[in-house]
Design a protein around this ligand. Structure first.
Ligand code: GH3
Ligand code: MG
Ligand code: MG
Ligand code: MG
Length: 311
């Protein structure tokens, strides 16, 4: 092991709120025109703890992918209307699906056909009849790597929150959903108060611990349907689907009150930290300015003396 640099001070607030979520089951889409084969595959994957969705008509593939958002695809080769190879080519043309592992499961034994399928985007080619354990392990391994890779791409390494790019993607998707379903949506920006002083007084590693502590606190206090991102250094962005502006303001104020009372401690001293926030409700007509409006509300909160949230 390489020795990691020791952080001289420890902020206990971080450990106190450390509560990792259990890993969600892998979501696997099974595409097979044979019902009995699809059932066999489904049983093998479900008994390994995975969540599955089966389609026997390849024509509904893309719609099902949008709705189900699979992490792995297990696909037959020969189906009415098209081949697995053709389907894989179509999937790989969608930028958002480039990283999804595609595992072919077919009776096709011709190696040239198998290699051709893989050259069109397949990651593995398993031949029927397949051992259920072999199938489940292949899917599990592919899913695990895809998740690790995806986390590296969408998450911030210090906090585990979504990174700047991905929280904006989440906001964009939430705005679309809000319009389609005519549901409310709120967006909040928060910024730690006088953070420069924390760095100056206690050092950057302690500043980092405060950022982590607030991240964990937000994860614990917000709903699973909310998306939390690290927008920049000590700034966070929160997307709250199905939430009216006044409710978002209330939630953020409750979180702010409790957080500002937490005592952070180093070996030498104890201190408290607050944040300010700005909330904006999405209305459809303000879609281009939602970030600016939340930012303006945040600026107002700072102007009002900090440790408060404005709508
Ligand atoms: P205000 O209440 O007006 O927000 O004051 P502030 O001191 O928090 O605001 P300012 O934006 O001036 O300072 C933010 C500081 O955050 C500056 C930068 O050095 C520090 N910072 C940014 N990213 C990180 C980080 O990842 N870790 C640490 N420790 N500090 C960071
Ligand atoms: Mg078939
Ligand atoms: Mg700032
Ligand atoms: Mg600040």
């Amino acid at each position: 092991f390489l020795a990691r640099p020791q952080v001289p001070q420890i902020i206990r607030a971080v450990e106190k709120f450390y509560n990792p979520q259990p890993e969600a089951p892998y979501k696997v889409l099974i595409v097979d025109d044979s019902k009995s084969q699809a059932l066999f595959t489904e049983k093998a994957l479900k008994s390994a703890g995975m969540e599955t969705e089966v389609i026997i008509d390849p024509m509904v593939m893309l719609d099902t992918m949008t709705a189900f958002q699979p992490e792995i695809i297990v696909m037959d080769m020969y189906m009415p209307g098209c081949t697995g190879t053709e389907l894989a080519s179509v999937i790989r043309q969608q930028p958002e699906y480039v990283r999804i592992p595609i595992i072919f499961l077919s009776g096709e034994e011709d190696i040239d056909i198998q290699l051709n399928a893989m050259s069109h985007g397949g990651d593995d080619f398993l031949t029927k009849p397949v051992d259920p354990g072999h199938l489940a392990t292949t899917v599990q391994n592919r899913g695990q790597r895809a998740r690790v890779l995806n986390n590296l791409i969408v998450k911030d390494s210090l906090t585990g929150l979504y990174n700047h790019t991905h929280i904006l993607e989440r906001l964009y998707q939430a705005c679309q959903q809000s319009c389609e379903n005519d549901e409310p949506l709120s967006f909040a920006m928060i910024d730690i108060d006088f953070f420069k002083k924390i760095n100056d007084n206690y050092g950057h590693p302690v500043g980092d611990k405060v950022i982590s502590a607030l991240s964990l606190f937000l994860k614990q206090r917000l709903r699973r349907s909310d998306s939390i991102g690290r927008y920049g250094g000590e700034e966070f962005a929160i997307v709250m689907p199905n939430t009216k502006g006044h409710d978002a303001l209330h939630v953020m104020n409750e979180i702010r009150k409790v957080f500002s009372q937490l005592v952070h401690s180093t070996w030498e001293t104890e201190f408290t930290v607050s944040f300010s926030g700005g909330v904006c409700e999405f209305t459809g007509s303000n879609s281009e300015f939602i970030i600016e409006h939340a930012d303006e509300a945040l600026y107002e909160a700072k102007k009002q003396g900090r440790n408060n949230v404005q709508l």
